[in-house]
Design a protein around this ligand. Sequence first.
Ligand SMILES: [Zn+2]
Ligand SMILES: [Zn+2]
Length: 341
Amino acid sequence: MRAAILHGIRNLNLGNVQSPEYSADEVLIKVHATGICGTDIHIYRGEWKTNTPIILGHEFSGVIVEVGSSVKDILKVGDPVVVEPNILCGACHFCRMSERNYFCENLKAVGVTINGAFAEYVNVKAENVYKLPKRVGLDEAALIEPLACCVRGIDQAGIRAGDTVAIIGAGPIGLLLLQLAKHSGALVVIQTDIEETRLKLAKDLGADYTVCVAKEDPVEAIKSLTDGYGVDVAIEAVGSINAITQAMKVTRKGGRLNIFGVAPQEGVWNVKPFDLYDKELTVTTSYRSPFTFQRAVKIASSGTVKLKPLISHIYKLEEIQRAFEVAEKKLEGAIKVLVKP
Ligand SMILES: [Zn+2]
Ligand SMILES: [Zn+2]
């Protein structure tokens, strides 16, 4: 089959490889579309380590073409599906604690530590596969993986009916969090970004106010929109230290701060503990998508969260290098870039 193979840092090439084998508890999926995620870019740049050669791609949709012998009653050939990429061992300390987290000591992830979906076919354990209702298109279904991560983020942020929420960043994640926040009871959502085109989309998707950080100080702007108090909940969706600091500054006394974005591994957040004390801030983070996929599929099929407007570019697998360049440099107003084999 054709696949995009990462051989090392920035060394990504189309090649022909053996189609994957599948075991009794797995299915073989013909990939329909795969999104390029910030994680893919980090690995591509060598900022996050993984073993190479590897086929990346963990945000994808597809159709089942083969079913392993022990899972024939659960899934069928022809089923349209999405895949939770994180594979738990079920036997380690954390798995046995049965907490709703993914701290598995032997965690594997499709398209991160084992071969993924920038390819024609991928094999996946049946327990990681979620059937799609007919009304979800396979293009937008490629965004269900990031949506599932955002469902976790919203759970962690603890939004209450009537809250005013600030979302720092209006990339794919920020725009999903915006829509989920609105449907979780947020009365007012203020969204910030540096790109006007992203803020326009945020408005279309339900943001009440937008703040362009290229033009005004987001902390001052959000303070003035909230009578000087700050927001009940701030969610950082950029993955930068600067954005975390902004999010903390705009959170009101007694408010909640969720650091959703993945900061650089060596980044250090310079924060005065007194400032956390003085506001009695509740600070949470959000790790992967622990058992939030089922809800994400339901939300996507209900249409309450719009996924299609986030797809800015679709490339063929043959154009993988251009697709990565557009996603990495955010060219041509890129938001979510999909690749189709
Ligand atoms: Zn991702
Ligand atoms: Zn485990």
